[in-house]
Design a protein around this ligand. Structure first.
Ligand code: 6PG
Length: 248
């Protein structure tokens, strides 16, 4: 039975303060890790919350970063062209990768050019397997957001059920997001792939996340994919005052 990760919840007054704290902690981990393993594998979250963090990393606000040794992956992606306004790759390019000297070979977006999303899932699985020999030991850090419905990456309560998790031997899979979400066809790392990370850091801001955060932090609700994130070492929650249950 794998040991449970250490869980830390850090509260911050605003999204900017939260983002500054993540930038500092991540920069420190990168600077401490790279000398011994000569690379750092970071899986990025999509959506809007992490954009400020990505800008801070681009500015090296928390210190210099060894971009030649940093490899960027994505936890999930909407199946749209990478120049589409809803693309997570496009969002990261605007906030981070177009501003730093990271080699193109170190940027590993989820492909969305194949005609069929299933082919993209196979291609990204092969990309991940080029870097990680085993699904149980993947990224150094995975950044994650939280949806108001308790989803994370593109693992939704309706599509990532307890029954499905037990038999999911995929690394990456195609998901049809529930109708309330802006882009239906998504590609996502599966829960075992995300849990293979050494560290997982959730960035959660805003009042509309309060109920789902409480459900994940306090009740460990098995129906909620975000409550199933259990990385190998550290589970870190960076939460602003508007989202944290104690301010309810
Ligand atoms: C995505 C993300 C998704 C996101 C949450 C929170 O592709 O949209 O992977 O899981 O992290 O929906 O989104 P916000 O940060 O925009 O609230």
């Amino acid at each position: 039975m794998p040991s449970l990760p250490s869980t830390t919840v850090r509260h911050h007054p605003t999204l900017d303060a939260l983002s500054q704290a993540v930038a500092q902690d991540l920069t420190t981990d990168i600077q401490q890790t790279v000398p011994s393993q000569d690379r750092y594998t970071l899986a990025l979250a999509g959506g809007s919350t992490p954009q400020r963090l990505y800008e801070l990393l681009a500015e090296e606000a928390a210190g210099p970063l060894p971009w030649a040794q940093i490899h960027l992956f994505w936890g999930d992606e909407r199946f749209v062209p990478h120049d589409h306004p809803k693309s997570n790759v496009r969002m990261v390019a605007h906030a981070l990768t177009s501003h730093v000297p990271i080699p193109d070979a170190n940027i590993h977006p989820i492909p969305t050019q194949p005609a069929r999303p299933e082919a993209a899932a196979v291609a990204y699985t092969e990309t991940l397997q080029d870097y990680f020999s085993d699904r149980s030991a993947t990224f150094d850090t995975v950044l994650l957001g939280l949806g108001a419905d308790g989803h994370t990456a593109s693992l939704f309560p309706e599509t990532d059920t307890p029954e499905g998790r037990r038999t999911d031997d995929a690394w990456v899979r195609v998901v049809n997001a529930p109708p309330r979400h802006n882009v239906s066809t998504r590609l996502t790392c599966t829960l075992p792939t995300l849990n293979g990370a050494r560290r997982a850091a959730f960035l959660v801001a805003g009042e509309r996340k309060r109920d789902s955060l409480a459900a994940v932090l306090n009740q460990n609700d098995s129906r909620l994919p975000a409550a199933q994130i259990k990385p190998r070492e550290s589970l870190l929650w960076y939460v602003d005052d508007a989202a944290h249950p104690s301010s309810a």
